[in-house]
Design a protein around this ligand. Structure first.
Ligand code: ATP
Length: 314
């Protein structure tokens, strides 16, 4: 009998559609080290994937196209600059297959919100195209390709709660008993540019010498293990928050409104302007969201849970 047929030499192409769901991230801890000579900041961060999702669908095609609906439609470029196209092409180049696919994005994660929506979409594109093209890459290999495009991409392939070091691209999972945390996400009107927020931070720090050292995430990690929202709330922190507040002073009103609505604590998510609030349970999160929406300080406040898995085929 034949051990293998002619098809076995061919990549095992999937005829699609392949549908991938990917979460947004927040940073439970974001430590930013001093600006280095190479222009990068060393980071020490605890990523946490939450239940706010983008969805990418990939179908076989004879060229590479991207269409979208939802958040940012009409604003977000769908050309070569889009991280989805860049991720698909990077995978195709690495695996020597033609970058042919019809991709469609259903976007819920706000643009330039500090929730890593672009990196999430790139992670989804890597998973979707790998399956569509039958290129069979390991998650680690996809993370390596992803890291060349954006520091948050390896985490969004991984999901859950994880420590990120280097520029955030080096991920180690945090092993803790499974606990669901309840969040309220206050989406702002308009975005903030991540490089601009880092520049503002450098400016705010310029006067202080010696440079603030990069702290570790130990307090946050031990708080996660205690499974108590009050304890976790006290350990949350974001070194970029003063810079985001300096660029967008209204965010102070959002943080105040969340606290008045009864949140355990609130902070700016990543580079902002999204603010996130910790609640004690799902019902409490609903109350905090209602309070924020009534205060009229943000575009929309929604509830979310975490941790969530990373980019996955649905
Ligand atoms: P981060 O927290 O990783 O800094 P962010 O959440 O602040 O990111 P994103 O929405 O991820 O911001 O992206 C910022 C910019 O990246 C956008 O303004 C856009 O110009 C560009 N971009 C490229 N591709 C995408 C994409 N698929 N989705 C969103 N933004 C994209």
């Amino acid at each position: 009998t034949e051990a293998w047929g002619p098809d076995d030499d061919e990549p095992r192409r999937h005829h699609g559609p392949v549908r991938v769901r990917v979460p947004a991230k927040i940073n439970l801890h974001l430590g930013v080290g001093p600006l280095r000579a190479d222009g990068f900041h060393e980071l020490n961060t605890v990523y946490h994937a939450i239940s706010l999702f983008d969805e990418l669908t990939a179908r076989a095609g004879d060229t590479l196209t991207l269409t979208m609906e939802g958040e940012g439609t009409g604003t977000l470029a769908l050309d070569e600059t889009n991280l989805i196209i860049r991720a698909a092409k990077a995978l195709a180049a690495r695996t020597r297959v033609p970058a042919y696919a019809r991709l469609h994005l259903r976007k819920t994660i706000p643009l330039a919100g500090g929730l890593a929506g672009g990196s999430a979409d790139a992670a989804a594109a890597l998973i979707a195209c790998d399956l569509l093209w039958g290129t069979g890459m390991a998650r680690e290999e996809l993370a390596e390709i992803g890291a060349t495009l954006g520091s948050d991409i390896p985490f969004l392939l991984h999901g859950g709660t994880a420590l990120g070091t280097g520029h955030g691209e080096a991920i180690s999972p945090i092993l803790a008993r499974p606990t669901t945390w309840h969040w309220v996400v206050a989406v702002a009107e308009g975005g903030l540019s991540t490089p601009e927020v880092y520049r503002k931070l450098d400016e705010l720090r310029a006067g202080s010498w010696p440079p603030k050292p990069l702290g570790d995430a130990d307090e946050l990690m031990s708080a996660l293990r205690q499974r108590d929202p009050e304890v976790l709330g006290a350990a949350l922190g974001n070194d970029l928050q003063p810079a985001a507040l300096a660029l967008r002073p209204e965010l102070a009103d959002v943080l105040k409104a969340g606290s008045e609505a009864g949140a355990v604590t609130g902070l700016v998510s990543g580079s902002g302007p999204t603010c996130v609030f910790l609640a004690t349970d799902a019902a409490h999160a609903g109350q905090v969201a209602a309070g924020l929406n009534a205060a009229g300080v943000c575009r929309e406040a929604v509830t979310a849970r975490g941790p969530m898995p990373g980019a996955r085929v649905t």
